[in-house]
Design a protein around this ligand. Structure first.
Ligand code: BTN
Length: 256
């Protein structure tokens, strides 16, 4: 696990106060490991990173596969202590953290593809799977699972038109430990404040990284032009008849 072994040192250099840090050679899914650890009391900002997964999961029941050692496969336990209604914008905060962690090492601006992906030039470099454990009226723990294509230089034919990697946008060999450390630092800075006070705190930065603004898109309920992400994290969509909709969740595809 060469370029992950210095993760603890990188986190220390950045002065991030993490909880548990586990580097796993292989596991089923880091989200499952993190959820189990959260149940057993893992503290805020506990991090589980694997070199490979045998049952990696994406959203909507999709599988998330990646060759050993090529990706960042990580899950972070966050103790956000907020009402469930505060949760949807947190995946945008995770997307923003991915953008900010990748920005120093890639040759294009990373952008959030609402609601849960990160793109480099309209191709997916990262996906986010947020899972919450709710006790009573409060979120007990949140697991933010993040998969980032890092070293992959060739993708299977079925996804090569829509997938990319950090390596394909870097002049130098990317280092997974330093990307993970910057990502955890960004999550540490933004997640709890947004859970407490709302997305307004980071809204300007989210808007700067919006991949869809101005594009024609199709969602589960129709199509229109994306007019940005509002302060609640909803996607503003202008329909052909001029009315404005605010989409709360769901898959969105670009219309070319
Ligand atoms: C998606 O784009 O559908 C979300 C993908 C999330 C993948 C990551 S990899 C680390 C963590 N463990 C999992 O099983 N899934 C997430």
């Amino acid at each position: 696990m060469h370029d992950l072994k210095d993760l603890r040192a990188e986190l220390e250099t950045l002065g991030v106060a993490v909880g548990q840090v586990e580097l796993l050679d292989e596991t089923t899914s880091t989200n499952d490991v993190a959820k189990r650890a959260a149940k057993l009391g893992a503290p805020h900002l506990s991090i589980f990173v694997a070199d490979s997964q045998t049952a990696g999961r994406g959203r909507q029941g999709r599988a998330w596969t990646s060759a050993r050692g090529e990706s960042i496969l990580m899950s972070v336990v966050l103790r956000v202590d907020c009402p469930p209604a505060r949760l949807p914008p947190l995946s945008l905060v995770a997307g923003l953290a991915v953008c900010e962690a990748l920005a120093p090492v890639v040759d294009v601006e990373p952008r959030i593809k609402w609601p849960n992906d990160v793109w480099l030039e309209q191709k997916k470099v990262a996906g986010i799977l947020v899972e919450a454990s709710i006790v009573g009226a409060k979120v007990d723990s949140l697991v933010v699972g993040i998969g980032i294509n890092v070293h992959t230089r060739a993708f299977p034919a079925e996804i090569e038109a829509i997938a990319t990697s950090v390596a394909l946008h870097s002049a130098t060999q990317p280092d997974r430990a330093s990307i993970v450390a910057r990502l955890v630092q960004a999550l540490d800075r933004d997640v709890v404040p947004v859970a407490r006070h709302g997305l307004g705190l980071v809204h300007a930065r989210i808007e700067q990284h919006d991949a869809l603004r101005g594009s024609r898109v199709r969602g589960e309920t129709g199509e229109g032009t994306a007019e940005g992400i509002d302060a609640e994290g909803r996607l503003r969509i202008r329909l052909a008849d001029g009315t404005l909709q605010r989409w709360v969740a769901g898959e969105v595809n670009l219309l070319k």
